[in-house]
Ligand binder design. Structure first.
Ligand SMILES: Nc1ncnc2c1ncn2[C@@H]1O[C@H](COP(=O)(O)OP(=O)(O)OP(=O)(O)O)[C@@H](O)[C@H]1O
Length: 362
């Protein structure tokens, strides 16, 4: 392991938020279902039990247990875990579709747990949007009317909302289908309508709850690419739930992994693959092609005496796969340089260890 790897954070739900600009900040969040749920988070004894033990002793399910994280502006933040790990409950707590049992949720500086019903309605109409697995389209409304539905509820006039709906229909690649009804569209197209509807109100945060799980694999891949494209175009903050690691790695700037209601690890894809926090995460990432995810930062080594230091330069965030050709073609080690500082070097040996799947931790 390189020094960089040893220093890699194991739990990084919280970015160094020095300027306080997180869009969403979550601290010590709990959701407990069952009798006397409120008494669980404050009890050291109860907090020490496993989810199973807690259920046996109290009849309560701790769906979300003491979770902390920050989401930065423009970030795609993925929540991942197996079925029942608490992903949906966690994300529904953020908009208070589910009432948290304890903890703090701050959205753009506002304590969401203090918001009254009116404020919550306002936030859900103007600041948050949700995209669900089951598209939730209104069958008797045309595409354009489904997309503009939220704007209608906000009281926007017909011509303005139709203009806006048309704009987002085009943005998601559905131009020409404005007047179709949902049942005339394929699943992928229906989910594009769901995306358009979510974008129409220009929300600050888009929440996705397993939006593509019901789609065929090829359509699913198209829709993932669509989300990436839209994210580049509109730059929205996104919170995305999935149980699929490849989807998480493809879309997420950071990924929070949950197990039995707890956060096991939170980090970038290369952090999860390069330094899994425990066997659970290691098991999740074991089949990931490491060269696609790991960057030079993970495999570089400090130069030793006698290493020539006049080789080509690459940045630390270049993926190993992308760097392979350059490193193997060079007759001396590649220098890993960031802002003019030499961080380490990478030679054939380091590259081949990853490509051959022998790199530490594999
Ligand atoms: N309303 C409820 N009452 C009691 N228990 C609940 C309720 N909602 C969820 N749970 C329990 O909380 C736990 C977490 O559920 P949750 O749906 O959040 O998990 P998930 O990771 O989203 O799973 P999936 O991928 O299957 O949707 C599960 O054990 C579930 O049975």
């Amino acid at each position: 392991m390189t020094p960089t790897q040893t220093e890699a954070p194991q739990r990084r739900g919280t970015l160094p938020d020095s300027d306080g600009t997180a869009v969403i900040s979550v601290r010590n969040l709990w959701k407990v279902f069952g009798p006397k749920a409120d008494s669980i988070p404050g009890s050291a004894e109860m907090c020490g039990l496993t989810r199973r033990e807690l259920m046996d002793r109290t009849g309560c399910t701790a769906a979300v247990r003491d979770i902390d994280f920050d989401v930065s502006p423009g970030e795609v933040f993925v929540v991942m875990g197996l079925s029942g790990s608490g992903k949906s409950t966690l994300v529904r707590c953020l908009t208070r579709l589910i009432e948290p049992t304890a903890g703090e949720i701050v959205f753009e500086g506002e304590d969401i747990r203090q918001a009254d019903d009116r404020r919550l309605r306002d936030l859900r109409r103007r600041k948050f949007s949700m995209v669900f697995q089951h598209f939730g389209l209104l069958p008797h409304r045309r595409v354009v009317d489904n997309v503009s539905f939220g704007l209608e509820i906000r009281g926007m006039g017909r011509s303005e909302r139709t203009r806006r709906a048309q704009e987002v229909v085009e943005l998601v690649g559905l131009a020409g289908y404005e007047n179709s009804y949902p049942d005339q569209l394929s699943g992928g197209m229906q989910q594009r309508v769901g995306l358009a509807r979510a974008l129409a109100g220009d929300p600050d945060v888009l929440f996705f709850d397993e939006p593509f799980s019901a789609l065929d694999p090829l359509i699913r891949r198209d829709m993932q690419n669509e989300v990436i494209r839209l994210h580049h175009e509109v730059g929205k903050t996104m919170v995305f739930i999935t149980h699929d690691l490849s989807e998480a790695l493809k879309l997420g700037d950071r990924i929070l992994i949950m197990r039995d209601g707890k956060m096991v690890q939170c980090g970038t894809g290369d952090e999860l693959v390069g330094a899994p926090a425990d066997d659970y995460v290691r098991e999740f990432v074991k089949d990931v092609p490491r060269g696609d995810v790991l960057t030079l930062r993970w495999i570089m080594r400090p130069p030793a005496d006698g290493d020539p230091l006049d080789g080509p330069e690459l940045g630390p965030d270049v993926a190993v796969r992308e760097a392979t050709r350059a490193v193997l073609a060079a007759d001396r080690p590649v220098k890993v340089v960031e802002n003019g500082t030499l961080l380490g070097i990478v030679g054939d040996e380091e590259i081949l260890a990853v490509v051959a799947g022998q790199e530490g931790g594999a």
